[in-house]
Design a protein around this ligand. Structure first.
Ligand code: PLP
Length: 451
């Protein structure tokens, strides 16, 4: 390949990166990643980097899985593409849908495929609205979501999401979407106990339903554990109360499992970890461990019966794409054969929880939280006061991310929250290495702030 500087110059000149200030790329070139193996990446300068983010929360089975390359090649030779519109289907889509019905909890037995998590959430908007309209309730159309949620970048996905910076671009949200508070006790809980705060935040949903009128509310959508918002693990009281409210008011519950699905929280799905009974689940990312772009919505029998009773005028050219489906199926076989969800639940999740909690004694760390193999460190200038950094120190998270990079660790920052979600194949030794590098990065960040 070309020398790194030339690659970076071409990249800056011609490649528009998602969520990136292009001027920054021109000043400081992007890191060029060449290959991956297990939890490790190699860049064009020969650095071996521990990937604490599994790419974008997706490479659950780890990099370098030969079986997945073979599944893709075999399917490309056999049938590289055919659609699933109208009255046609093919073996990979059938097999993957049946496998997902087997793995998904409760009565979630029907899969509508998409190319990504964003597309799947766009599907969900139309699905839940049509679900009620088809039953003679055309006014039951509003979807309630949460501030600081992330549900994708399409017009629908970004509207469901609760990111103000995204709403500000392109005139979002689209009509009929309402946001309530997130269960982020550290930042917003004030003097309340976490348990009381969890109930209070759930009751904001009930208040919104009362405000709108239950005849106007179609669904509530949420991530079992908010991911891109900063790995916000809700107080234990939150989800049971939300489930009660959805049941009491006949509001469909959509669990966006794009991050929490496929073993991340120590069960196949985060809904199982949190004790939810969703009517619809959004899936993507870990479904194929990111080896192919694929997502989907898994519907309950109840929802599928209504939607199946009409012609649902919706679909993507790549819905159930045969190569993506074949790779996803082979990936699910790996997760199952190696019991990666169980390993996270019993071994690596608890191991990370203990090691991560050890970082709570660092002067910069106000809270160290995990759920399975998702983790967050809340950076703070004053632990006791649960204080936030003010500008210009407000970039503590950004500085910490840079120090992680300098120590060959990928960790992401959301404001002053540092987050991880490593591949599910991470070993205990690698967890130790990750935590040691995180501590070094925190020490260097603190030294930089004091300088
Ligand atoms: N939903 C959640 C919870 C996500 O975290 C993401 C992506 O990070 C999406 C939806 C969007 O998925 P995609 O980027 O595949 O469109």
């Amino acid at each position: 390949h070309l020398p790194t500087a030339e690659l970076q110059a071409l990249d800056a000149a011609h490649h528009m990166h998602p969520f990136t200030h292009a001027a920054g790329l021109a000043q400081k070139g992007a890191r060029v990643i060449l290959r991956g193996e297990g939890c490790w990446l190699t860049d064009s300068e020969g650095h071996r980097i521990l990937d604490g983010m599994a790419g974008l929360w997706c490479v659950n089975a780890g990099y370098g899985r030969e079986e997945l390359a073979q599944a893709a090649a075999a399917q490309m030779r056999e049938l590289p593409f055919y659609n699933t519109f109208f009255q046609t289907t093919h073996v990979p889509a059938i097999a993957l849908a049946a496998k997902l019905a087997e793995l998904a909890p409760g009565n979630l037995n029907h899969v509508f495929f998409a190319g990504s998590g964003s597309e799947a959430n766009d599907t969900n908007i139309r699905l839940v609205r049509q679900f009620w309209a088809a039953q003679g309730k055309p006014d039951k159309q509003v979807i309630i979501s949460r501030r600081n949620a992330y549900h994708g970048s399409t017009m629908g996905g970004a509207s469901l999401g609760g990111m103000a910076a995204m709403h500000a671009q392109g005139g979002l949200p689209i009509p009929g979407i309402v946001h309530v508070g997130q269960p982020h006790w550290w930042a917003e809980g004030g003097e309340m106990t976490p348990e009381a705060f969890g109930i209070a935040r759930a009751r904001e949903l009930e208040a919104a339903i009362a405000d709108l009128g239950e005849d106007r509310v179609a669904a509530f959508i949420a991530e079992p554990v908010q991911g891109a918002g900063g790995v916000i693990v809700p107080p234990a009281s939150y989800w049971p109360e939300v489930q009660r409210i959805c049941d009491a008011h006949d509001i469909l519950l959509i669990a966006d499992e794009v991050i929490t699905g496929f073993g991340r929280t120590g069960n196949w799905f985060g809904s199982q970890t949190m004790g939810l009974r969703p009517d619809i689940m959004t899936i993507a990312k870990g479904l194929s461990s990111g080896y192919q772009p694929i997502g989907g919505s898994i519907l309950s029998d109840r929802v599928a019966e209504v939607i199946g009773g009409i012609e649902f005028n919706h679909g993507y050219t790549y819905s159930g794409h045969p190569v993506a489906a074949a790779v996803a199926l082979a990936n699910l076989r790996i997760l199952e054969d190696e019991d990666l969800p169980g390993r996270v639940g019993r071994i690596t999740g608890p191991y990370l929880a203990r090691a991560w909690a050890g970082l709570a004694d660092h002067p910069l760390v106000g809270a160290a939280e995990t759920c399975g193999l998702m983790g967050a460190l809340q950076l703070t200038p004053d632990k006791a006061a649960r204080a936030r950094f003010a500008a210009p120190e407000g970039t503590a998270g950004l500085r910490a991310r840079e120090r992680c990079f300098a120590n060959d660790l990928v960790m992401r920052h959301v404001g002053d929250r540092m987050i991880i979600a490593p591949p599910l194949v991470i070993s205990e030794d690698e967890v130790d290495m990750l935590v040691a590098r995180a501590r070094t990065a925190l020490d260097e960040t603190l030294a930089g702030l004091r300088a």
